[in-house]
Design a protein around this ligand. Structure first.
Ligand code: NOJ
Length: 613
């Protein structure tokens, strides 16, 4: 399947929010593949629902959907924003649970053997280095629920899923109810032996309006979560922003489409550093900025665009502003460490995607792969890790669409990361745009513009009809292939291109088991043979990468601890190591085969002191 169509789809609708059509990772596959044609929905003014107050600085030129949220500075309250959100449907709350919080969880016996052994012959006995971080990853909107509880303000995801329900397969109101069940959840994780938990904070739990008044109850919640993790010998890694933009900041100035976001983000980041910096040693500013910015063309991020910005240009303004926001937050962090206010730790952002395997040895296909890497990884990584500026390919192709980084901004951004983190789910293939790269670069209406490569999940090898490039995941995550065979090359590429003293982390990897959502019996659901194979294959390659290629890999985090709110696909797309029965109000969790596989493999390969017993 050609990813070209996916990218086009991502441009013209709402990136990954629409469930019916093919979607891409986290879904807006191609930030940079936005075609600047004027017929893209989102570039025309809404017919109704424009902000009514002059105090609302952001115009709503971005949203074809209406209504857009409104905000009057000094007047609009959190309650008003929730009222706007709930005008169409109420925010649901979790059923009261009579769950007794267990602090210890014994795993039921192992499932029947599937693979001859969890352990592969070529890595038997090999160990991950001392201090290796073995963990699972999550994100606030995807697991917490309690959307309105204890003073939390709405994010654009709360608003979008309620006001435009037809665009989504559900809202994140309750999801896994981690908010009330984290004690049990950590006990279960301990049974998997993990030593790290990667979570994100909800900005609007801490600042319900994105800025201004801080919400002590929100801060206190994460105190409890962090303490509980540590009590279980699980080190928390904290991400500040995993896509849950405060609705108030969207309505006020268009959030990441405006430079105003950088100060508000910095204030929020500083609050978090000061509060948790005594216990949290590893910080992530932004999750997958490339995917995030690609989605600004569509709902729920296009609710309010500042004037002069539309769906075509929004992703690039987002790219620029987000990089500056990252730079400012890192500066603040380092300052707080230097003055001794908080303990020394490390900070970075986490990128996504991959440098694809070229379709052939033809120079044009090799160039296509390089361009893909520039537009999907380098556009954020090069400024941060190399020299403060975007890759030349991006600057030359995008021209005035991509706001320049000033010399001061470049100085701020260059070197603003202590380690390199990549969400690495899969490797794709890339071939040159059908009309040739040169013709595509000069033609903004080319569907492959601006990367001018055609990303695919197949390769030809001369066979009629070609072959899939690895086992495919669920068709609704059709970007995802088990491409274990290309992992080592990828890790070599990443660590060579963006070397850091702090090493490399695979901050997310995971699998959407094919048709898992259609399985009806519990024994079928937890029998996730494809996911088990995926984790075994990848962990094996990670070990070889360390031992045979000398890659400085320091940790790997599986996505995800359990099934959760997969954005536009709601609760229907499963990435969990644990099954959560969302039809039962008690939201029971059940271990899947992959949970056991991870535990057994890591118990064998970790240094004994790094396996959490
Ligand atoms: C990466 C994103 O960070 C996460 O939010 C998403 O659920 C997974 N990809 C799976 O699509």
């Amino acid at each position: 399947m050609s990813l070209k169509f996916l990218s086009l789809f991502a441009c013209i609708s709402l990136a990954f929010a629409l469930p019916q059509a093919p979607v891409s990772e986290g879904n807006g596959y191609n930030i940079s593949i936005l075609s600047p044609t004027s017929d893209i929905p989102g570039t025309t003014p809404p017919t109704t629902g424009s902000p009514t107050s002059a105090a609302t600085t952001a115009s709503s030129t971005g949203a074809t959907n209406s209504p857009t949220p409104t905000f009057v500075a000094g007047k609009t309250t959190v309650e008003d924003l929730w009222a706007q959100t709930e005008k169409y449907s109420p925010v649901l709350v979790a059923a009261k649970s009579n769950l007794t919080h267990s602090t210890k969880f014994d795993l039921p016996p192992n499932p029947p053997t599937y693979l001859p052994s969890y352990l592969s012959e070529n890595t038997k006995g090999l160990k991950f280095p001392k201090g290796f971080r073995y963990g699972v990853a999550s994100a606030a909107t995807q697991v917490e629920g309690a959307a309105k509880e204890d003073g939390k303000g709405p994010s654009v995801w709360d608003y979008g899923t309620h006001v435009y329900p037809d665009l989504y397969l559900g809202a994140p109101d309750v999801t896994d109810d981690f908010y009330h069940r984290y004690v049990n959840d950590f006990a279960r994780l301990k049974a998997m032996g993990v030593n790290t938990f990667s979570l994100s904070l909800s900005w609007t739990r801490i600042y319900p309006l994105g800025s201004g008044q801080v919400n002590e109850a929100g801060l206190a919640f994460y105190d409890k979560v962090i303490d509980e993790a540590i009590k279980n010998d699980i080190q928390p890694i904290v991400t500040l922003f995993h896509w849950d933009t405060p609705l108030a900041l969207s309505a006020q100035y268009g959030s990441f489409m405006s430079m105003n976001i950088t100060d508000d983000f910095n204030q929020y980041a500083e609050t978090a550093f000061r509060r948790y910096g005594d216990r949290v040693k590893v910080w992530i500013t932004f999750n997958e900025p490339r995917v995030f910015c690609s989605q600004t063309a569509g709902n729920p991020y296009n609710l309010n665009f500042p004037s002069g910005i539309n769906a075509t240009t929004a992703p690039y303004h987002c790219t620029h502003n987000l990089l500056v926001a990252h730079g400012k937050a890192v500066k603040t962090y380092r300052h707080l460490v230097k003055e001794g206010t908080i303990k020394a730790g490390q900070i970075a952002f986490k990128g996504d995607d991959n440098k694809p395997t070229p379709w052939s040895n033809q120079p044009e296909d090799i160039e296509a792969s390089n361009r893909h890497a520039d537009f999907f990884i380098g556009i954020f990584a090069k400024p941060v890790y190399i020299d403060g500026d975007y890759p030349t390919t991006c600057k030359e192709t995008l021209g005035s669409f991509l706001p320049e980084l000033t010399p001061e901004e470049q100085k701020l951004i260059k070197g603003s990361a202590d380690f390199y983190a990549q969400d690495l789910y899969r490797i794709n293939t890339a071939k040159a745009a059908p009309n040739g790269i040169k013709a595509c670069v000069g033609n903004v209406t080319d569907p492959n513009w601006p990367a001018c490569q055609d990303g695919r999940v197949e390769y030809s090898s001369g066979a009629p009809g070609g072959w899939g490039y690895g086992q495919q995941a669920d068709p609704r995550s059709n970007w995802l292939v088990n491409s274990w065979f290309a992992i080592r090359e990828q890790l070599k590429y990443l660590s060579k291109t963006y070397p850091t003293k702090g090493g490399l982390y695979i901050s997310e990897f995971g699998w959407a088991e094919a048709f898992e959502n259609q399985r009806t019996e519990q024994y079928q659901i937890v029998s996730d043979y494809g996911r088990e194979t995926y984790y075994r294959d990848y962990l094996n390659e990670f070990l070889l990468s360390i031992h045979q290629d000398g890659v400085d890999l320091r940790g790997v985090f599986a996505w995800s601890l359990y099934d959760n709110f997969e954005w536009g696909l709601g609760l229907t797309q499963k990435f969990g190591l644990q099954y959560v029965n969302f039809t039962d109000p008690a939201l029971p969790r059940h271990f899947k085969r992959s949970f056991y596989a991870m535990r057994d493999i890591m118990q064998h390969h970790l240094q004994p002191e790094d396996f959490n017993k």
